[in-house]
Design a protein around this ligand. Structure first.
Ligand SMILES: [Zn+2]
Length: 390
């Protein structure tokens, strides 16, 4: 790169800074500069001043680079746009090697016309725009598809986008440009964004469904006595571990599921683990009980209740005598590690009350080895936690 190129390169960088300043009016960056340098006009009219900082001089210089390509758009909601940039992004999107619905979606995202909370707020459909996924930030399009912390896991497992904080962009259009300039995979970016948006909508639909189900359940509870075993949270200062087993004979595997609830009834940890298939299903149940005990110890839990839906296993756990069953040794060795724990109770519940552990055990079919979640249950497990047993 020669000096001339370097100067052009710098100009491009400066223009980008100015572009961000123009676009993200909620940012602290924008507000600080506005207050200091152009309190009474837009950045387009702002004057360079000798008292300004180096950053301000740079931004003004970037703005002038940008002005060559930008013009006012009269009568449109967004006050400024750069037709040349729009044109390029449009071409880029329509040239992507992705399904048509994804191209369409990306173009709508660029035009700020997907129904994010922030866009609905702008259209006065909502009164606030907080993101329902993370509950922290305002759900702009860039937040919903890129910045939201609830998509960390997805981006971290996407090749080329592991460290997405390096691609700081305030709009999807910016981001597509940046991705393209850095020669990263724009197809992949589009597919992942579409998936994130799809997941967000599914989770919202699920939440609505659950609310309506809950009100149905509440309503039904008033009308008739309960026939189903109902799961209950543990007493104060105690947690409850529900466990269950599942068998996958076609894979030669078994599944172990454990869910830990606190006394408020919130799930604080889950485990889904594959194990070799033993010769009898009842042994899987004992393996799940033993795994629940070691899981509690791994989590540093000293006071807990253990609950399962197979009476024979619970009875063996309760019994002071050594069990002579085929799975007795499993329970004995798990129980022998319990000396340091307090407040332990074993309880039996009918299948319908052990739904979550059951789903986690079945989920182990798709898990390689072990899957453990502590505190924040990942959204991709919601359907496991809330699905009907089957
Ligand atoms: Zn969020």
């Amino acid at each position: 790169m020669g000096f001339k190129d370097l100067a052009n390169f710098n100009d491009a960088l400066l223009a980008k800074q100015a572009w961000r300043l123009l676009h993200n009016k909620d940012s602290l960056f924008y507000r600080v500069f506005k207050m200091k340098f152009f309190p009474n006009c837009s950045i387009w009219e702002a004057q360079d001043s000798s008292s300004g900082s180096h950053a301000w001089h740079s931004i003004i210089k970037g703005r002038d680079v940008l002005l060559k390509g930008a013009r006012w758009r009269v009568g449109c909601g967004e006050d400024i746009s750069n037709p040349q940039q729009q044109n390029e992004v449009w071409k880029l999107i329509w040239g992507l090697n992705v399904p048509n619905k994804v191209r369409n979606f990306m173009w709508r995202a660029c035009k700020e016309s997907i129904p994010t909370m922030h866009n609905l707020l702008k259209r006065k459909i909502l009164n606030e725009d907080r993101c329902e996924q993370c509950g922290v930030e305002s759900e702009t399009t860039a937040h919903a598809l890129w910045n939201c912390s609830t998509s960390d896991e997805i981006w971290e497992s996407t090749p080329g986008f592991k460290d997405r904080s390096q691609l700081g962009a305030s709009s999807i259009m910016d981001l597509i440009n940046l991705t393209h300039e850095k020669r990263k995979n724009v197809d992949l970016l589009a597919m992942v964004m579409w998936t994130i948006w799809h997941r967000r909508n599914q989770l919202r639909a699920l939440a609505t469904y659950q609310q309506s189900q809950q009100s149905l359940i509440n309503h039904a509870a008033v009308l008739r006595p309960q026939h189903h075993a109902q799961w209950r949270p543990p007493p104060a200062n105690c947690v409850k571990l529900n466990f269950d087993g599942a068998v996958f004979p076609e894979l030669g595997k078994a599944g172990l599921g454990v869910v830990v609830h606190n006394c408020q009834g919130n799930a604080i940890a889950t485990l889904s683990e594959q194990a070799p298939l033993p010769f009898s299903p009842i042994i899987v149940e004992a393996m799940a009980a033993a795994r629940a005990i070691t899981f509690a110890q791994e989590l540093g839990i000293t006071e807990f209740m253990l609950e399962g839906d197979l009476e024979a296993v619970i009875n063996s756990l309760r019994s002071a005598e050594a069990s002579l069953t085929t799975y007795g040794h499993l329970l004995e060795s798990a129980k022998s590690t319990l000396v340091t724990s307090n407040c332990i109770a074993f309880s039996h519940i009918r299948r319908s009350g052990n739904r979550v552990a059951h789903n986690l055990a079945k989920h182990a079919k798709h898990v390689r080895g072990l899957s453990v979640w502590v505190e924040n249950i990942p959204p991709n497990l919601y359907d496991v936690l809330f699905a009907d047993p089957g």
